[in-house]
Structures are given as structure tokens and as C-alpha cells.
Design a protein around this ligand. Structure first.
Ligand code: XMP
Length: 511
């Protein structure tokens, strides 16, 4: 599977994941590894090429990250980006200097388009520059292949040794045709063939998992989320009924969601599924609790307890399946075993189940590759493209204490909102949208009657990383329809408000 590999040495740059993504978009498999990876390890991995990422350090800093000596003599093509270029320069005898002013933003770069790196480019191109230090003197054997007004050596090459450096960031969208620079490196300099595809990943994974697990038993916690669903289906294709999935339904899922999950996995994929309907248990533990963090803690702990009880009934298992994905691996410190964020802890179950080994079939994939894998495996689109849903579920969308009645109100209101967003075709452009049941009651009038009922808040955000986001400008007519349907169709709601705060300062969830 991974016979054609590009290694990306991570020097701490903010765009390192993006570089890996761009390479994979060109159908070449890439892996992000720590900057100090040893020469032996590199040889073992046998990459077609190496990319150094940028990073915040200066090569003259005492603790600045340095790559293994000898990396430049391996005969493997290297592309150094920003700090990566400066490190290449510094190591090979050139000079890096501090500029008086920082060069930042899309910048006109003059290009020598006879270089393989710039094949197909005009004489100038706009690329994102973001640096203070710059290469003031290129090392012996190199020549300058690009410059800007403030940066005499914006790119350099040693064609004979296949070493290339660029001061700009081709991986970001602000760089015009940036991907073409990466493509040129991959195909004209590393001579990759570009045969990495999700379908071959799926085929190879099934084969590898079959060999690894054989007739042994595996257990998977299924939440109905994308990652655990894809991991479960992949495993089930590999080992069939030797996989058991436990789906703890805490009763805090959206309307009909529990049944939908069960139906897909039981009927469409014929997976050995244990569904535990534990709503009463969870609501019992949550009774009277109003503090959001307490709610999270209770749900997390109870989830583990229920899972543990079910797992014990099965007895010893050999493998525990986890839906860890590549960004988790990168974020948790490269190469180390994955840490499950406390935020996303439902589904992370290492300590208390009697198992011998963890399998993480998706640990090399980015989110959109996980989704492609899901489609390839035949998982329905609505599950594959499901918006993120927090582990503690509707518990953190009911402000204040949680009761069965409030759950019913919220499920109905939320379902109407989602239905209308889908009807309006907005479900692909809004990244997360849901209803919140506030604990505010207010006066209304229905017919000739005075009412004193709940306020439902609607929340919809557009974001790519969920760390920041803007509120979605849903057309008034759609909001009007949602509002009117909710107050007419959902008992005990007489007011609907729309949340027009971005993140920051607000968070996406209300709790
Ligand atoms: P916030 O509210 O922090 O949400 O802006 C960012 C993203 O994280 C999700 N979220 C959670 N996911 N357990 C989860 O699994 C949680 O406790 C939790 N809290 C927030 C939220 O839905 C959004 O996608």
C-alpha cells in the first residue's frame, strides 16, 4: 500500500497537516513525522521524497529544531519550506539573516520557470510569504530560482542533488497555483506515479486486518458518529462476526437517531450489534444536575460503566477497535499512542476492558478521507456526512436540569430545524446546526389563551475547524418557517430565537 511515500518532517509549522493533505490530494501517500527522525528510520521507510515544514524557530536559536545530519546525503529529493529552507541553508553552509521587517501576505514572486519546481508557471506568481528570517546567501552548489522585492532568495535549488528550498508556503489557498509547486516536486523531481487511492486503502486495510486478527475477537464501541462507524464497517468486512459492536444509547441522541444507527448496522451490514438502551439510567444519574461540566463527567463515567458491563458479558477479547484518525495522532504528539481528548471521550475506552491490543484502522486518514472510505464501504451518505454531534448529546443542549419532557421538546424542535435546513439545501454549507432548549420561560399568546412556555434557541455555524466559526446567515424566510413550525408543532414552546454570536467569543454549544 505505502510503497510510494513522502515523508513530511514537522518543524512545528502551523500548516504541517495541510502539507500532508495537499500531497495526498495529488494521490501520493504522505506521513508527518518528527523533525528529528533518525537516518535509519528514514531508510526503513524508504520515501520517494522528503518535505521539511516551516516552523516558528530561527536556525540560530539555541534550541532550534534540527534534522538528522546526513539527511542531505541520502540521495532522496528534499523540499524545504520556509524554516525548512533556512535549515537546509544553514546546515549546508549558506547564510540566514534577520530581516528588518517581517514579510507577510500574498507576495509577488519572480520565478525562474526553467526549474523543474516551477514547470508550467509564468515568470511571476503570488505566493504567501510569512517570515522574518531569510536566506541571505545560498549554499555552494545551489542557485537562486525565485526572488521578491524584499527577499533575494525566495527559492533555491541544487538540481544535481535534488535539494530544493522555498521561502513561501505553497500549501495554503492564498498561494496562487500553490499545489502545482507541490505537484512539480512530487512528479518531476521525486518521480512519483500518484497511485494512492482510497479504494486501494480500503482493499489493503481489509486484507491487513484479516491477517492481523484472523479468527480472534474484536470489540468496537459504536456511537453512530462517522469515525467509529467507518472503523466498525471496515472491521466487519475483514472479520465478519468476530467483531462485536456495542452501541450504548444514552437516550440523549437526536430524534430517531438510535433506531437509525441500529438499522444501518444490523440490517445493511449484518454486524453483530449489541444495543443497550440506557436512557433511564442516564437520566437517573443526571436528575437535578445543572452544571455543564458535571453533566459531561456523569455521562462519560456512566458510558464507561455500561460499556464495561456489556463487555464483561462477552469475556476476554483480543482487540479493541478505536476510531482514532490522523489529526488526533498528529495533535497528540507524533508517533505516540493516541490520546483521546477529554472533549471527545465517549468511545475512548482503554483502561477497563480486558483486551490484548488496540486496533486503529483509520489512524492514517484525514477526516475527509475517512468520509471517502465510508462511501467506498457503502455507508449511507447521511451518516458519512453527518454533522459533528457531541458525545454528551442533547444533555448539553438543554440548559439547566434535564428531564424526559424537556428531551422530547428539544428532539422535536431540533428535528424541525434540521428538516427545514435540508429542504432549503443548506445542510452542506452550514457545518453545524441544532436547536437548544433554554431554561427561560416567557409569556405568549396562542388563540385567545395566555401561554407561559419555553424559549428554543437555534444555532447554526460555518466553520472548518470548529475552533472558530461565524454564525450562519440563514435567509429570513427559512428562519420564519422554522420558527412558525416549532411554535405550532412543538408543545410547550412559545418563542424561538436565533443565536447571532460567532466563536469566539461564544462557543458553538451553549454548554
Ligand atoms: P464548542 O462548544 O467548544 O464546540 O465551541 C466545538 C465542537 O466540539 C463539539 N463539542 C463536544 N464534542 N464532547 C464532544 O464529543 C463534548 O463534550 C463536546 N462539547 C462540544 C461541538 O459540538 C463542536 O462541534
Amino acid at each position: 500500500m505505502k510503497n510510494e511515500l513522502i515523508l513530511i518532517l514537522d518543524f512545528g509549522g502551523q500548516y504541517n497537516q495541510l502539507i500532508a493533505r495537499r500531497v495526498r490530494e495529488c494521490n501520493v501517500y504522505s506521513e508527518v513525522v518528527p523533525y528529528n527522525i533518525s537516518i535509519e528510520k528514514i531508510k526503513e521507510k524508504n520515501p520517494k521524497g522528503i518535505i521539511f515544514t516551516g516552523g516558528p524557530a530561527s536556525v540560530y536559536g539555541e534550541s532550534s529544531p534540527k534534522c538528522a545530519k546526513g539527511i542531505f546525503d541520502l540521495g532522496i529529493p528534499i523540499l524545504g519550506i520556509c524554516y525548512g529552507m533556512q535549515l537546509m541553508t544553514h546546515t549546508l553552509g549558506g547564510n540566514v539573516s534577520k530581516a528588518n521587517t517581517r514579510e507577510y501576505g500574498a507576495t509577488k514572486v519572480n520565478i525562474d520557470n526553467t526549474s523543474s519546481l516551477f514547470q508550467g508557471f509564468e515568470n511571476t506568481n503570488a505566493f504567501l510569504m510569512s517570515h522574518t528570517d531569510f536566506v541571505s546567501e545560498i549554499p555552494n552548489g545551489f542557485q537562486t530560482i525565485a526572488s521578491t522585492e524584499h527577499c533575494p532568495n525566495a527559492a533555491m535549488e541544487n538540481e544535481e542533488k535534488n535539494l530544493y528550498g522555498i521561502q513561501f508556503h505553497p500549501e495554503v489557498n492564498l498561494s496562487v497555483n500553490g499545489t502545482q509547486v507541490i505537484k512539480n516536486f512530487l512528479f518531476h523531481i521525486c518521480h512519483c506515479s500518484g497511485d494512492w487511492q482510497i479504494s486501494s486503502f480500503v482493499e489493503d486495510s481489509i486484507k491487513t486486518l484479516k491477517e492481523k486478527i484472523g479468527n480472534k475477537k474484536a470489540l468496537c464501541a459504536l456511537s453512530g458518529g462517522v469515525d467509529s462507524s467507518v472503523a466498525a464497517v471496515l472491521l466487519s468486512k475483514a472479520i465478519g462476526k468476530n467483531l462485536t459492536c456495542i452501541f450504548v444509547d444514552h437516550g440523549l441522541l437526536r430524534k430517531n437517531e438510535g433506531d437509525e444507527v441500529e438499522q444501518i448496522f444490523r440490517e445493511q451490514f449484518d454486524i453483530n450489534l449489541i444495543r443497550v438502551n440506557a436512557k433511564d439510567r442516564f437520566l437517573g444519574k443526571l436528575a437535578g444536575i445543572t452544571d455543564p461540566e458535571k453533566k459531561r463527567k456523569i455521562i462519560g463515567e456512566e458510558f464507561i460503566r455500561v460499556f464495561e458491563e456489556e463487555a464483561k458479558k462477552i469475556g476476554t477479547i483480543d482487540f479493541l477497535v478505536q476510531g482514532t484518525i490522523y489529526p488526533d495522532v498528529i495533535e497528540s504528539g507524533l508517533g505516540k499512542s493516541s490520546v483521546i481528548k477529554s472533549h471527545h471521550n465517549v468511545g475512548g475506552l482503554p483502561d477497563y476492558v480486558d483486551f490484548k491490543e488496540i486496533v486503529e484502522p483509520l489512524r492514517d486518514l484525514f477526516k475527509d478521507e475517512v468520509r471517502q472510505t465510508g462511501l467506498e464501504l457503502g455507508i449511507p451518505e447521511n451518516l458519512v456526512f453527518r454533522q459533528p454531534f457531541p458525545g454528551p448529546g442533547l444533555a448539553i443542549r438543554i440548559i439547566g436540569d434535564i428531564t424526559d419532557d424537556k428531551l422530547t421538546i428539544l428532539k422535536e424542535a431540533d428535528s424541525i430545524f434540521r428538516e427545514e435546513i435540508a429542504n432549503a439545501g443548506l445542510h452542506k454549507s452550514i457545518n453545524q446546526y441544532f436547536a437548544v432548549l433554554t431554561n427561560l420561560k416567557s409569556v405568549g399568546v396562542m388563540g385567545d389563551e395566555r401561554t407561559y412556555d419555553y424559549t428554543v434557541a437555534l444555532r447554526a455555524v460555518e466553520t472548518t475547524d470548529f475552533m472558530t466559526g461565524v454564525w450562519s446567515k440563514i435567509p429570513y424566510e427559512i428562519l420564519e418557517k422554522v420558527s412558525s413550525r416549532i411554535v405550532n408543532e412543538v408543545k410547550h414552546v412559545n418563542r424561538v430565537v436565533y443565536d447571532i454570536t460567532s466563536k469566539p467569543p461564544a462557543t458553538i454549544e451553549w454548554e
